[in-house]
Design a protein around this ligand. Structure first.
Ligand code: SF4
Length: 198
């Protein structure tokens, strides 16, 4: 992919952001089912290859009992026709995701980190990310070694049992859309769901 195409990609979407806060008890009762999510995780390439992904050695669902509130952030990237009207190779989809979705994930995590550091009422929190932890270029679990940064390791909201599709549909009134890797088609929008337990 050429530089001018990469610049075009960075301008290929607009953002919509929605936020919602509820008690952890309410969220847990309606939207958490660890058995269901850990079954779904088994078909992912990262299953068992990242310290933030199942199967876990500890009971990660304890986190739902430790905090009173959950603040949810849903971010949608709405792509223009430059993305949605073209068929993309797997390599190009990878590049597009890095320059758009993963870049926005990184920026959102940075802004959450800043907000938590600046707010003295948020001295005990747990950030719930999306997808596997990618703090390190390659997770040490693949090599049978301990996590490099256990205090900073990022669990995704679904890895500890949150039903993401149900959450987006019932709390944010929007559907998750998926990339069709076989056909090389990126849908009109992609969604990131993150949270902060506090
Ligand atoms: S911090 Fe590094 S070693 Fe630990 S889970 Fe994340 S990527 Fe893996």
């Amino acid at each position: 992919m050429y530089n001018n195409q990469m610049l075009r990609l960075e301008k290929s979407y607009t953002l919509e952001k929605y936020e919602k806060t509820l008690t952890t008890k309410e969220y847990y009762t309606k939207f958490v089912n660890f058995d269901e999510t850990s079954e779904s995780c088994k078909i992912c390439d990262m299953y068992g290859k990242n310290w933030s992904c199942p199967p876990f050695e500890n009971d990660v669902t304890d986190s739902w009992n430790k905090y009173d509130h959950l603040h949810l952030i849903l971010l949608q990237l709405h792509y223009d026709s430059f993305i949605t009207d073209n068929i993309h190779s797997k390599e190009d989809i990878d590049t597009i995701l890095h320059l758009t979705l993963f870049n926005e994930k990184r920026k959102l995590l940075q802004s959450l980190d800043k907000k938590i550091r600046e707010d003295e009422n948020l001295n005990d929190t747990m950030v719930l990310s999306t997808g596997y932890c990618n703090i390190c270029p390659s997770c040490t679990k693949k090599d049978g070694m301990e996590c490099r940064y256990p205090k900073n390791k990022l669990y995704s909201i679904e890895s500890i049992g949150a039903l993401v599709t149900k959450t987006t549909e019932e709390l944010f009134n929007t559907e998750i859309k998926w990339i069709d890797m076989d056909k090389g088609i990126i849908p009109e929008y992609l969604t990131l769901l993150m949270g902060v337990l506090y």
